[in-house]
Ligand binder design. Structure first.
Ligand code: HEC
Length: 77
């Protein structure tokens, strides 16, 4: 699911990249993480913001929950 929806901007491993329009997408694995709690990550996914598309209309609540858990538990340690 990550590869399908998120990799275009975040890179296949969530490592971040610079988009063609020059927008820098942050590395999700390390460095300064803006959002740390599950609630904050969920909000970013659902509402987007600052260059990221909102996913509340593209993913179900269950999928958003799964993605949130994935980022919180797998990518950030
Ligand atoms: C259109 C490009 C784009 C897509 C698609 C996208 N993102 Fe993002 N994402 C961004 C940008 C740009 C930021 C930086 C936002 C900011 O600085 O506030 C970001 C920030 C984030 C953050 C916060 C990182 C931090 O600093 O804590 C998370 C988590 C995240 N994205 C997860 C996802 C997930 C999961 C998906 C797929 C469901 C996704 N993104 C899809 C562009 C994208």
């Amino acid at each position: 699911m990550f590869r399908q929806h998120c990799a275009i901007c975040h890179g296949p491993e969530g490592e971040g990249r610079t988009l063609p329009d020059g927008k820098v997408v942050p590395n999700m694995r390390e460095g300064q993480l803006k959002f740390r709690t599950e609630a904050e990550i969920y909000k970013q996914l659902s509402e987007g913001g600052n260059g990221m598309t909102p996913f509340r209309d593209q993913l179900t609540k269950r999928e958003l929950d799964l993605m949130t858990k994935f980022i919180h538990d797998e990518l950030r340690r």
